[in-house]
Design a binder for this molecule. Structure first.
Ligand code: PBG
Length: 330
């Protein structure tokens, strides 16, 4: 609706005081909208800082339990696990990915025993276990789709068996959601949710994450034959439509801030639970500028969160999750 002409309409009238501004505020967010990505590693009582992700560390499982307590206390509903795999366990066959005793599956069982009310999300892709850093099997230099999907299904079933609440396929193979959903139903895991990394772009913003999981330096080539070309919006919507049709309960757009147009389009078109991943590079950029005194860290953190809500996101995966929740509480 067009406002009346000036001076009948003075849009500044409702911006005059803080109370008026808050009264007419259109969007808001809370700790309930957050999923906290956490890197895990072997060992005892270690928190191994990741230089390209200031304030983020790889946690041994005892330290992960402390993080879970903190999440509960702060009202963060879910944690998403990303393993740093021992280099000796990274193979061409990626067998460790579906080992029921791998680091992630042990972490899931410990978390569910410690804090059953905290939702545990996992990542499904072969990259933490692959000798060459790819999300799928590599045969003669090509990432093979259907063989990878079969492996991803085994990996997802092992995670569901361990007690994961939400599975996050991040691999971008074709047909993985349908195959996973079918296998979950057949195996009696009817209520395990799938949050599909549906619109995942071939982005350079994942750099610090690859440092964190130890994929940097291992990755041979790039992921352009499976992740979406950053120039394409229609293709991203096709991926979301396909994943929802195959049985995804929720969908994700990734990265987040450079792709807010995609978030809005996905929410408007599909009207399903829509998440954005504020990825490692986005977090690193804001943190680096804040550390230099060039930006106000807290303010850009809040503003970026509001941007996701304004773009239609129901929730956000963010490395800022604990800091945000703490700031919201105070
Ligand atoms: C791996 C995966 C990636 C991220 C989440 N899962 C990296 C990639 O696809 O190379 C990126 C997350 C981030 O950058 O914070 N399948």
């Amino acid at each position: 609706m067009t406002p009346a002409p000036f001076p009948a309409a003075r849009l500044r009238r409702l911006r005059r005081t803080r109370a008026l501004r808050e009264m007419v505020q259109e969007n808001g967010f809370s700790a309930r909208d957050l999923i906290w990505p956490v890197f895990i590693r072997e060992g005892e009582n270690v928190a191994d800082p990741i230089p390209s992700l200031p304030g983020v560390a790889r946690l041994s499982l005892d330290r992960l339990m402390a993080a879970a307590d903190r999440a509960l206390e702060l009202g963060i509903p879910a944690i998403c696990l990303f393993p740093y795999t021992d280099p000796a366990l990274r193979t061409e066959g990626c067998e460790e990915a579906w080992n029921p005793e791998n680091l992630t599956n042990r972490a899931i069982r410990m978390l569910k025993a410690r804090a059953p009310g905290l939702m545990v999300m996992t990542d499904i892709a072969l990259d933490p276990y692959n000798a060459n850093g790819h999300d799928g099997f590599v045969v003669n230099g090509e990432i093979v789709n259907d063989e990878t999907v079969a492996a991803l299904v085994r990996m997802g079933l092992a995670q569901a068996e361990a007690g994961a609440d939400i599975l996050g396929p991040s691999d971008m193979m074709d047909g993985r959601i349908g195959a996973l959903r079918l296998a979950l139903e057949a195996d009696g895991h009817r209520d395990v949710a799938i949050l599909s990394y549906a619109a995942k772009f071939a982005s350079a913003f994942y750099g610090p994450f690859r440092d964190a999981v130890g994929a940097t330096g291992r990755l041979v080539g790039d992921k352009a034959t499976y992740q979406i070309n950053p120039a394409n919006a229609s293709e991203a919507l096709a991926c979301v439509a396909r994943d929802l049709a195959e049985g995804a309960d929720m969908v994700m757009v990734k990265p987040g801030m450079p792709y807010l147009d995609i978030c809005r389009a996905v929410k408007d078109r599909f009207e399903r639970p829509t998440f954005a991943y504020q990825v490692s590079g986005e977090y690193a950029m804001l943190m680096a500028a804040a550390q230099n005194g060039w930006l106000d860290g807290d303010k850009v953190m809040f503003e970026s969160m509001m941007a996701f809500k304004r773009a239609g996101c129901d929730g956000v995966l963010s490395y800022f999750a604990p800091r945000l929740a703490e700031a919201l509480r105070d």
